[in-house]
Design a protein around this ligand. Structure first.
Ligand SMILES: *[C@@H]1O[C@H](CO)[C@@H](O)[C@H](O)[C@H]1NC(C)=O
Ligand SMILES: *[C@@H]1O[C@H](CO)[C@@H](O)[C@H](O)[C@H]1NC(C)=O
Ligand SMILES: *[C@@H]1O[C@H](CO)[C@@H](O)[C@H](O)[C@H]1NC(C)=O
Ligand SMILES: *[C@@H]1O[C@H](CO)[C@@H](O)[C@H](O)[C@H]1NC(C)=O
Length: 474
């Protein structure tokens, strides 16, 4: 899709071909739209330090007009400037030729591009160990988006001078090798809307100063080695919609201040060392659709308030040491599509009302201590198929029609409490027992014929009769 600036550039490309017919890229003298030489040379130096092709400058002498390159965008400055300025440089797989150099550099000449708003580099710095030079960024920069992604060559600390780029709205340094801490100075970027530092080697604590990122909508620090607690100051980030702090080493509790973030859609704190209880304040997250807390030592019951999160579609509490029974309150979450409670210590029966959740397509209750009767509608069981997983529990019985789905015996009225492990230990199969009278159960093991059993019964009866008669006689 074309952004407004792309449309503008395309339009100007057409019109300027006429205007610039035979001009050089220097400042125009007669009101025509040109380009500042200094800026153009700066662009050649920046591109030359990144890309393999030594002839790039010759091939693209007028990169804003006659000889464009897809990784570069320009805009015309406002009157009375009327000059083309480079506003975007993008290097990535979608702009694959020419390829990046084997030892690319971020040229200092970026400073000669004062109108640059977007710098995005994907898959370029692959092997060389480089730093993101602090001198490239500062108060004079008008950069709005800095996206340096999948460049494992960046293996130094994140420069604190980034915090001086007051215009920054998007800072994405995902999938590199940055180490050291999250600079607390970044908290001063009050216009920042997206901060993505995921998949690096960052250590230390999440600085309290992130509370200053008051425009933030996306906050992603996942897949690092961050320690300490989630700072309470996160509660000040009223615009947050997506918070992903998963796969770190965070400890402590979920701060209850998170409950104030009533625009939040996704909260992922999975694969950390976060303890319970989960604060009830989270019931304030009225827009929440994804709550992913799997693999944390929460070690409490499944909180009832979760049932109030009406928009929730995905709830994962897998591997959270959850105890107690599955609350029926979960059955009120009409938008739920995925419910994962596997690898916990849950006991009791499965609420049959879960089977009436209209959109539920994935239900994993495996590896718990659940037992009792499974009584889902057949329609529900066939709809979910293999995505309904109740394996590795204490043993269930079920209605005859579902018996073969769950490899569980049918619940007979007197044997509802029987569980599968007990049955297995006593050599029982999963045969349908509803056809036999209940007293039959106790003798299933013996090879005795029905005749012998009738004999036994007669013997018992006569013994009892004898005892009664004896008592009568004495
Ligand atoms: C082009 O014009 C700008 C001001 O608009 C000036 O700063 C710059 O030095 C000029 N460059 C050349 C090569 O004349
Ligand atoms: C499901 O979500 C919609 C909006 O996404 C909402 O209007 C509806 O109330 C939700 N359902 C329940 C049962 O809360
Ligand atoms: C359910 O969870 C278990 C344990 O985490 C996992 O091994 C299994 O693949 C899951 N089942 C489904 C259907 O996703
Ligand atoms: C299974 O049932 C038997 C007898 O009903 C009971 O003794 C046993 O504790 C049960 N096992 C579990 C794991 O609930």
């Amino acid at each position: 899709m074309a952004s407004p600036s792309q449309v503008l550039v395309s339009f100007l490309l057409l019109s300027s071909t006429l205007i610039l017919a035979s001009t050089n890229p220097q400042n125009s003298t007669d009101g025509a739209v040109g380009m500042d030489t200094e800026e153009l040379m700066g662009l050649f130096e920046v591109v030359g330090a990144l890309l393999e092709d030594p002839d790039w400058a010759q091939m693209h002498p007028y990169p804003c007009t006659d000889t464009p390159w897809p990784g570069i965008q320009c805009e015309v400055g406002q009157e009375p400037d009327s000059m083309f300025h480079v506003t975007k440089i993008h290097v990535g797989p979608d702009v694959a030729t020419p390829a990046c150099k084997s030892s690319p550099k971020l040229s200092q000449s970026i400073l000669k591009l004062p109108y640059l708003k977007v710098l995005s580099i994907f898959n370029c710095f692959l092997t060389t160990k480089v730093s993101l030079p602090s001198y490239l960024f500062g108060a004079s920069s008008s950069l709005e988006q800095l996206v340096i992604k999948s460049n494992p060559g960046f293996s130094e600390e994140i420069p604190t001078t980034l915090a001086e780029v007051a215009t920054l709205r998007v800072l994405s340094l995902s999938q590199n090798s940055f180490y050291g801490g999250v600079p607390k100075e970044l908290g001063g970027l009050s216009r920042l809307e997206q901060l993505d530092l995921s998949y690096n080697h960052l250590t230390g604590e999440i600085p309290l100063e992130i509370g200053g990122l008051t425009s933030l909508t996306i906050f992603d620090l996942s897949w690092n080695r961050l320690q300490g607690q989630v700072p309470c100051s996160i509660g000040q980030l009223q615009s947050l919609q997506k918070v992903d702090l998963s796969s770190n080493r965070l400890v402590g509790r979920v701060p209850s201040d998170i409950g104030k973030l009533n625009k939040m859609v996704l909260l992922d704190l999975s694969h950390n060392l976060i303890e319970g209880p989960i604060p009830e304040a989270l019931s304030g997250l009225k827009e929440l659709e994804y709550l992913v807390l799997e693999d944390n030592p929460i070690n409490t019951g499944v909180p009832l308030f979760i049932g109030k999160l009406g928009k929730l579609t995905v709830l994962s509490l897998s591997g959270c040491e959850m105890t107690g029974s599955i609350p029926t309150a979960l059955s009120s979450m009409g938008n739920l599509t995925t419910l994962s409670l596997d690898r916990n210590k849950l006991t009791g029966a499965i609420p049959s009302s879960l089977g009436s959740l209209p959109h539920l397509g994935q239900l994993n209750l495996s590896q718990n201590r659940l037992s009792g009767e499974i009584s889902f509608p057949v329609e529900f069981v066939t709809r979910l198929g293999k995505r309904l997983d109740v394996g590795g529990n204490s043993g269930f019985c079920t209605t005859p029609s579902l018996s073969h789905y769950f490899d569980a015996p049918a619940c007979s009225s007197s044997a509802k409490s029987h569980n599968r492990s007990w049955d297995e230990k006593h050599g029982r199969g999963t045969d349908d027992k509803r056809l036999k009278p209940s007293w039959y159960d106790g003798n299933r093991n013996s090879n005795a014929s029905v005749g012998t059993q009738w004999g036994m019964l007669l013997w018992c009866f006569s013994s009892i009769l004898t005892v009664i008669l004896m008592g009568f006689l004495c």
